[in-house]
Design a protein around this ligand. Structure first.
Ligand SMILES: *[C@@H]1O[C@H](CO)[C@@H](O)[C@H](O)[C@H]1NC(C)=O
Length: 80
């Protein structure tokens, strides 16, 4: 009898832990969202336009940088 009671207590504790994890995760990103990963390689480059050279910030060798696509609820991780 006492072992089944402790079993029940363990299960209840486990369930409450899982519920807490699900809740805290939902606060950061809804369950429907996905995580999108981007890697940005930042470099300075000299650009010459109309006989005038200036230093510009490029992302992955591009200016302007790449487009970030995300939908509502998504999590975007950008590694720079
Ligand atoms: C840009 O031009 C300057 C002056 O010519 C030079 O010192 C610098 O190294 C150049 N930077 C790059 C990223 O090429």
């Amino acid at each position: 009898m006492t072992s089944s009671l402790s079993d029940l207590l363990m299960k209840a504790l486990l369930l409450s832990c899982i519920a807490l994890l699900a809740f805290s995760d939902a606060a950061v990103a809804p369950p429907t969202g996905i995580t999108r990963h981007y890697k940005f390689d930042i470099q300075m480059a000299n650009a010459t336009r109309l006989c005038h050279t200036k230093s510009i910030v490029t992302v992955n060798g591009q200016f302007p940088g790449p487009k970030i696509v995300a939908r509502e609820g998504d999590r975007v991780v950008v590694k720079i």
